[in-house]
Write a protein that binds this ligand. Structure first.
Ligand SMILES: Nc1ncnc2c1ncn2[C@@H]1O[C@H](COP(=O)(O)OP(=O)(O)O)[C@@H](O)[C@H]1O
Ligand SMILES: [Mg+2]
Length: 613
């Protein structure tokens, strides 16, 4: 793997500045740096999730931008936050990802069993992943990246936040993978971890590689170990410092507590501790604690930059001192025009005709994602109940509270409940469409979409799988509402075919709305924001329509709007099918709206999805 002059900025934030790295095949490379250093950004570039602003990167000779699909075939990605499906069980997660990696159902199941066994998850395999501990989640996440035995694996902070036992389990797994020949890029905030696992380490800070070498080279630079002394009285700190320097300690690190001294211990540790203790006693300086420890990331940073590792990722206001002596100085590269590789311009329209195999694989991917989303729905029956309670309340409210007032405006001989229910179908799918945004937002936030995007699967499957699952769910909800309707006096008047046509027109309308909300989710970050944004649009649209009351009962200025509203046109079409049969007069208008929405929002969604980098 080779990274050349990769830079990336997010608005004013510079995340990567001319990063160069070479990772030989079959080795473990550790990327060590504090929060905000740019580790995740680099991993996302390499995993084809982000396009660099400049520079290039290749994995096994394939460019991560120009050749992204080929790169996805080779890599496994375990992101910083476990991207597992919380609702599915561990086994279902693995089978799903296996199917998306183009394994047959039988192969996917076999491989899932193998991995559950290997990752010590066999007992928990059938429990929903949301019941897993942090360590189990991490292991499941790691297993999900290994279904097809990737040749290169990216592990972004695999042990951050884990207890020591879980950390050891991950380390064992990583060592096994390396034995099998997997190339590994690992990011971490712990020098100890990089030292333990990696053949070579690059220290990254503010988007720049500031040092590179083996763990030993880095540690030698700091002089091996660190002596920590806690004084009985802070008043004698300066004296103690002079005494310790006398026995060979280096310059003390900045320390928040005045009664503590932290100094590099370049000499043989044990002897130094003895000498330090004797010298302090001789000077009659009381010490409450004295010990040696291994160096941490902070110690490395102090040595390399003269400043502790900062967390903000922003350039520090006081320019860090030039590295005193870097293990292997890495000059920060300014991308020169001559080095800049040619990259094909991003094509807006891909005129690639898919092969039959690609179509088959895309269909499988879509089916798998749809199935997964439907499973969510089945596993959370409370969602189905809430999805129907609210329209039922509207039915009761309007039928019994406002029904009397509306009666006069109804067409001759039509019962209010018969008028109301087709409208309620439309209202239900309209309100439920915001769930498309919520579901997609959650997948985005939890990193599930990133995992999908890093896999060699059909790009369309995530969006189509989401909207189609919501379509199926809408049909179910309409069915339930029909049952409720029949209990309180509603009936379809025009036979089964017309009843089905009624359900169909409402469902297709719901599908169109789902695409609008998919776009909202891809544009507005956060599930709650997406839902709120949705309601701002849906509420007025639904109430200013013929859903609950005939529009003839509305003020004139509102009628003008309500008459052409897609909600009115769809509700009227559904009503005609339910009550009279035959082709509804408003069908043309409704169909025009639906087609227009699909024609606009499907391409918009695809564009947003592709542009997520
Ligand atoms: N999508 C993004 N939008 C804006 N800023 C971002 C984005 N991703 C990362 N950054 C910023 O880029 C810098 C590097 O972040 P990151 O690569 O996540 O660091 P690390 O993984 O080392 O903690 C940080 O300052 C971070 O705030
Ligand atoms: Mg990170």
């Amino acid at each position: 793997m080779r990274v050349e002059g990769v830079s990336k900025r997010f608005g004013a934030t510079v995340a990567l500045v001319g990063v160069d790295l070479v990772v030989p095949e079959g080795t473990v490379f550790g990327l060590l740096g504090p929060n905000g250093a740019g580790k995740t950004t680099l991993v996302r570039v390499l995993a084809t999730l982000l396009t660099p602003d400049s520079g290039r990167a290749e994995v096994f000779g394939r460019d991560v931008v120009a050749d992204a699909p080929a790169v996805r075939e080779l890599l496994g990605l375990t992101g910083q936050f476990a991207a597992v499906d919380e609702i599915l069980s561990g086994r279902e997660n693995l089978v799903m990802f296996g199917r998306l990696f183009d394994l047959s159902p039988a192969e996917a199941r076999r491989r899932a069993d193998e991995l559950l066994e290997q990752f010590d998850l066999a007992d928990a395999g059938d429990r929903p992943a949301r019941t897993y501990s942090g360590g189990m989640r991490r292991r499941l996440d790691l297993a999900s990246s290994l279904l097809t035995r990737p040749r290169i694996l990216f592990l972004d902070e695999p042990t951050t936040g884990l207890d020591p036992r879980s950390r050891n389990q991950i380390w064992t797994i990583v060592r096994e993978l390396v034995r099998e020949g997997t190339t590994l890029l690992l990011t971490t905030q712990y020098l100890e971890e990089a030292d333990e696992l990696a053949d070579r380490i690059a220290v990254i800070d503010h988007g720049r590689v500031i040092a590179e070498g083996t763990g030993n080279e880095l540690k030698e630079r700091i002089g091996g170990q660190i002596l920590e002394v806690e004084l009985a009285s802070a008043a004698r700190r300066d004296e103690a410092q002079a005494v310790l320097r006398g026995v060979g300690c280096g310059d003390p690190e900045p320390e928040a507590r005045p009664d503590r001294l932290t100094m590099p211990a370049p000499r043989d540790g044990l002897e130094l501790v003895e000498d330090a203790a004797a010298a302090l006693r001789h000077a009659q300086i009381d010490v409450s604690n004295l010990g040696l420890r291994g160096p941490t990331l902070d110690d490395v940073f102090l040595q390399l930059t003269g400043a502790p590792a900062s967390e903000d990722g922003q350039p520090q206001s006081s320019t860090p001192a030039a590295p005193a002596a870097v293990v292997q100085p890495v000059p920060s590269k300014v991308p020169t025009p001559g080095r800049e590789p040619e990259r094909p311009a991003r094509r807006l329209l891909r005129l690639h005709v898919p092969t039959p195999a690609e179509v088959r694989s895309a269909l499988t991917d879509t089916r798998v994602v749809t199935g997964r989303n439907l499973r969510h729905f089945v596993r959370q029956p409370q969602l189905l109940i809430f999805s129907t309670i609210q329209p039922i309340m509207f039915v009761l409210l309007f039928a019994y509270v406002f029904g009397g007032a509306v009666k006069g405006a109804l067409p001759h001989g039509v019962k209010y409940i018969d008028f109301l229910l087709p409208g309620i179908f439309v209202q239900s799918v309209a309100f439920r469409a915001t769930q498309t945004a919520v579901g997609l937002s959650e997948d985005l936030e939890r990193g599930v979409v990133d995992r999908f995007r890093s896999m060699p699967m059909a790009r369309s499957a995530v969006l189509v799988g989401r909207t189609v699952a919501d379509l199926v769910r809408n049909v179910l909800i309409i069915g339930l509402m029909t049952v409720v309707g029949y209990l309180i006096g509603f009936s379809f008047h025009a036979g089964v075919l017309n009843a089905l046509a009624c359900v169909a027109v409402v469902s297709v309308f719901g599908l169109a709305l789902s695409w609008i909300f998919a776009f909202v989710a891809l544009t507005v970050r956060g599930a709650e924001a997406a839902q709120s944004a949705g309601f701002v649009v849906i509420f007025p649209l639904v109430f200013a329509s013929s859903v609950f009351v005939p529009i003839s009962s509305m003020p004139d200025w509102l009628q003008a709007f309500a008459k052409v509203s897609p909600v009115t046109l769809t509700a009227n079409a559904a009503r005609t099918y339910a009550l009279d049969g035959g082709v509804p007069g408003s069908l043309g208008g409704a169909a025009a709206w639906i087609l227009a929405v699909l024609a606009i929002f499907i391409p918009l969604c695809v564009w947003r999805y592709r542009r997520m980098s």
